[in-house]
Design a protein around this ligand. Sequence first.
Ligand SMILES: Cc1cc2nc3c(=O)[nH]c(=O)nc-3n(C[C@H](O)[C@H](O)[C@H](O)COP(=O)(O)O)c2cc1C
Length: 195
Amino acid sequence: MKKIIYVNAIIRKDESRTKRLIDNILNGVKDEAELIEINLNDLDLTPYNEISYDDKVQNGTPDLFFNYSKLIAESDGLVIASPFWDMSFPSLLKSFLEKISLFDVMFISDDKKCIGIAKCPFMYYVTTRGMDIHDGDELEQGTPYLKALCWLWGIKKFDVTSCSNFDYIGEDAINKEIDRKSVEGIKKLKKLLEN
Ligand SMILES: Cc1cc2nc3c(=O)[nH]c(=O)nc-3n(C[C@H](O)[C@H](O)[C@H](O)COP(=O)(O)O)c2cc1C
């Protein structure tokens, strides 16, 4: 069975709409893939600073994030879920991505260029947005960044399922949209898993 890593960057604990959406989607593929969840709320994601970065680079301090990096690089797919915050995603997720990128596991560098070396074939991103901002809108800065990381890491495929305008439509409309996007998301994730 294929092994998917699910990076959970959902922050609102009981009310999250993104959680409802991703739970439905993952539930829809549970017979096709084994799921390993990394819940970012459980980790110390203090960003690197001059002391901790120096310590890592100069002393090679062993790091939990090396293990996560390997787990993701060798997986059959990476799924990320987060809310849309400040036109992108929460810094909790940025900090995690920065930390797993540092170990010569996702990419390496020769004297001319960077080479992505992750074997993971796809990244699939799920998000919900407060405003009426859609994928591809220049105001939407979450997915362009994630696509750029796929390029850096050598991950060949990227897809996204998103809902928009959730802060300005009623609960019934939100529920309908989550149902609709759950069906669409299951199809997308199954397709990514097929290849
Ligand atoms: C700290 C914070 C920042 C947000 N920033 C934005 C934003 O820049 N643009 C936007 O469309 N919605 C923004 N929102 C609204 C959320 O994207 C929206 O409510 C989303 O559905 C929340 O997902 P959740 O229910 O999974 O927490 C923000 C919400 C919070 C709490």
